[in-house]
Design a protein around this ligand. Sequence first.
Ligand code: HEM
Length: 400
Amino acid sequence: MAQSFPVQRTCPFAPPPEYERLREQAPLVRASLPGGEVWLVTRHAEAQQVLMGAGISTNPATPGHPNHLLSAEPLMPERLEALEQTAVGHFIDLDPPAHTRFRRLLIPEFTVRRVKELRPGIQRFTDQLIDDLLAGDGEAELVEAFGLALPSLVICQLLGVPYAEHEFFQSRTRLMLSAAKDPKAGFAAMMEIRSYLDELVTRAEASPEDDLLGRLINTGQLTHDELAGVIFLLLVAGHETTANMIPLAALTLMRHPDQLAALRADPSGWPMAVDELLRYHSIVDWVAFDRVATEDQKIGGQLVRKGEGIFVLGASANRDERVFERPDEFDAARGARHHVAFGYGVHQCLGQNLARAELEIALRTLFERIPTLRVTMADEDLPAKYDGFIFGLTALPVAW
Ligand code: HEM
């Protein structure tokens, strides 16, 4: 019988408990959703094969694409229209060669070298936020004050949002990202951000500066709407992901004091620790890895037919015992860089160097400057987004 899907996480430190059984059962497992059936990819090798993208489409317009299966209801017409409007430049949803055109223009903006230039700014923002925490009364809530705040400042800087407009931008972004709580307010906030970005692009087009947006404009290869779409994608993709990872990672490190002490004694271990944290938490799971076969093909010995939908269970692939020894253990020194927390292949995270830098600087500085930091709530009481699209905590109360 087909597995009923989606299944939820039940603990901040692990994927949904069903994943282990599904991975054991087969590399591809049939699953049933309210709107129809899909293949779930449970293991690392097959996850990489699908994400490589040969004979596979990620475009929601491709027949058989599974992104509408979550609900048995068709989308409301006004939502559909708005989605179409915001699809231009949203290259995460495009297949090559349409996808390649955007990716080529964006890659130079996210190289290791470019991210190195951004590091002093990230360090400055981190220090400011920690100054604010330390100015308080020895207690804080880390999700709002640190996790969300840092990526938000970094994105504003990257996109060239003027300082005076930060507050508007950040408040609307927050509303949009909490859309699961209040879909109407989230949708309205999204439309407000879209029109704000439209204005931002118009201003930059009039006098392009030597920043990401200015350089994109100067290529002369993107239309106004495409530019606004690309900027919107960077905002969304780079925001909640990093924001959710920071508090979860801080929690895990506080629950493994020996490993944290080792990192504080030898900070050269941080980059490796960050990749292990990304693997261990795998906050982006099947929602991002929605695909459809565009030709008949064998995946893990299973025939997958053209037009059949596929969800890659990234969080299961990252716990595959065929690839990671003792996969359920957190081991900051394991060397987990071949995880699929940033995906793999054609759509592998464009911002991964930036995300790694943000996580490394945020975590290293937090524990350097507040060495006595501790969580003031039991793990089982910590509020988490068990029904969200991207996993994370909604609050992490701490004291020092
Ligand atoms: C794509 C994860 C941070 C920009 C992806 C994908 C994953 C991912 C799994 C692949 C989706 C797919 O296969 O369809 C993450 C995680 C992050 C993070 C876990 C932080 C911890 C960022 C940042 C940025 C960014 C900081 C930029 C500011 C993008 C973009 C894509 C992408 C533009 C689409 C790439 C394409 O389609 O070619 N990310 N991401 N991400 N990410 Fe990230």
